[in-house]
Design a protein around this ligand. Sequence first.
Ligand SMILES: NC(=O)c1ccc[n+]([C@@H]2O[C@H](COP(=O)([O-])OP(=O)(O)OC[C@H]3O[C@@H](n4cnc5c(N)ncnc54)[C@H](O)[C@@H]3O)[C@@H](O)[C@H]2O)c1
Length: 314
Amino acid sequence: MGKKLVIGALGQVGTELIQTMRLRYGVDEVIASDIRLRAEPLDGPFLVLNALNEEALRATVKEMGISEVYLMAAMLSATAEQMPDKAWDLNMKSLFIVLDMAKDGLIEKVFWPSTIAVFGPNSEKRNSPQHGTLEPTTVYGISKLAGEQWCAYYHRRYGVDVRSLRYPGLIGYKSMPGGGTTDYAVEIFHKAIEEAKYTCFLSEQRTLPMMYMDDAIKATIDIMEAPAEQIKLRTSYNISSLSFSPEELAAEISKVVAGFQIDYAPDFRDSIAASWPESIDDSSAKTDWAWKSDFNLQKLVRTMIDGVCSLKNA
Ligand SMILES: NC(=O)c1ccc[n+]([C@@H]2O[C@H](COP(=O)([O-])OP(=O)(O)OC[C@H]3O[C@@H](n4cnc5c(N)ncnc54)[C@H](O)[C@@H]3O)[C@@H](O)[C@H]2O)c1
């Protein structure tokens, strides 16, 4: 078994994924990489690496004895709408570079996240099925849907062991989100604790599928550790935890933060969110590799408030 390389490790998901993987597999077994440097150094191996630099990636994988790649670098939904060409370029080219390394036998396994943005306005709004209508209207969703199909193609045609999850909007306190449509659900906690008020860029009843970061990290590790024969879908698995609107989240926060006030100034992100389902059906992930969420809304809110407070007091 070789080492594991996380590309885009300084982002919202990568930051937490690295911490959990290092506890589980050992600090030196997990190499973090990103296109940028962080102000404070990470504990453990870190490389500056551009996901679009195929030569550098191949050299790194060979020199460091990497057997698994977790490709977290991507341009997310809201930023991608501002620069569609760059988003397509980053999201697709980085995936091909990693899939080709697996096809050529340089690595054994790939994790690549997809998203609920692969759904679109014609998808079923509630409990959107694994194999339902997928007609995304954002460049982000289009790139992820194409990526899912390429993953399945590389598996079918070349036997590449690639595994993928459609993450819902992710919420955690250890890292800030990077330009997605669900970023409000992290920002709201910071503003609630700093100012006891928040102006939300989604409308009050815009319900979306969401997930606490620990659940997303657990799902990522579980799908990567599952025996290959249990991974029956090589596109990407729906995984689901909670669904709530900004209004419902604010009501739960108000139970803990005295006097918390929210108001609404919906912008272009509200139209993106309107094209996505309110909830998704994750029965395939439950059946195939025993996926199960550990968080409800109350537990999420308390964990976030404790976590953000501990950061502010540190
Ligand atoms: N955060 C969510 O709610 C969410 C939801 C669904 C899917 N996802 C997916 O999960 C993955 C990780 O998302 P995230 O929220 O951590 O994103 P993020 O924007 O927070 O982090 C992405 C990281 O990639 C790095 N990066 C950008 N370009 C790079 C390049 N060329 N080479 C190397 N690194 C580069 C960035 O510096 C950043 O640290 C993405 O594929 C995203 O589409 C995230």
